[in-house]
Design a protein around this ligand. Structure first.
Ligand SMILES: C[S@@+](CC[C@H](N)C(=O)[O-])C[C@H]1O[C@@H](n2cnc3c(N)ncnc32)[C@H](O)[C@@H]1O
Length: 215
């Protein structure tokens, strides 16, 4: 079953470096893939978020790759890892432990495939950590998860509780509506990036992305 999932992911994606972190090669659905122009009923995956490298995830991985000290020797949990770029960047920058987490099995398999492509070892999990104390982690990565208002409410409250217990929470986000003005009062901007052209095409309306730290 897992082998079948991996084969299907490899069949429908292509290795890409056309993003903010070209030092990472990631299997994604690119304009060269038939799925890029496929109609919804031709797509063999339900909501394949993992097949794209979201602006928030790109900011998270870019920042980590440029700022080793924020991740070195840390135990890192990448919530909603998607294609796995945040996890891979953390492993490359010498995190002590990295868990790529996504409730979508396809995402964690894509993360495994991409971690092997980049020669790093990471653990994966499909558990739902939202609400958990995460005692075994120091740093939580959140790449582009503020796209849904209802989920944003639950997510942000949980993240606040994690910082209160001493964890570092890094949020990559291009300005999604769930990261409201009120919530932005609780976060500090660490870096802003211009998105490459191909990412702008995929993310109509966003030309920039940013990395924030929860206060
Ligand atoms: C917009 S994608 C972002 C993926 C990746 N972080 C990036 O920036 O490229 C959001 C991801 O969150 C995952 N997700 C949604 N709810 C989740 C939850 N409660 N726990 C873990 N992952 C979740 C989705 O399956 C999806 O892969």
């Amino acid at each position: 079953m897992l082998k079948d999932v991996a084969s299907l992911i490899i069949k429908h994606t292509a290795p890409s470096r056309r993003h903010l972190t070209p030092e990472l090669v990631l299997r994604l659905v690119t304009p060269s893939c038939p799925l890029w122009t496929a109609k919804e009923d031709q797509v063999p995956f339900k909501d394949p978020f993992w097949a794209f490298y979201w602006p928030g995830g790109q900011a998270t991985a870019r920042y980590i790759l440029d700022n080793e000290e924020i991740i070195k020797n840390k135990r890192v949990l990448d919530i909603g890892c998607g294609c796995g770029a945040g996890s891979i960047a953390a492993a490359k920058m010498q995190a002590k432990r990295v868990v790529g987490n996504d409730i979508d099995l396809y995402a964690v398999i894509a993360t495994k495939i991409n971690s092997q492509l980049n020669n790093v070892a990471i653990e994966t999990s499909t558990d739902n950590f939202i609400g958990a104390k995460c005692e075994e982690f120091d740093t939580i990565l959140i790449g582009d998860m503020f796209y849904d208002e209802e989920f944003a409410n639950i997510l942000f409250e949980w993240l606040i509780s994690l910082t209160a217990s001493g964890k570092t929470v890094l949020i990559g986000d291009p300005g999604r509506h769930g990261l409201t003005k009120k919530r932005r009062q609780h976060i500090t901007l660490l870096a802003k990036y211009r998105l490459p052209e191909e990412s702008c095409m995929e993310n109509y309306g966003f030309t920039e992305t940013a990395l924030w730290k929860l206060n």
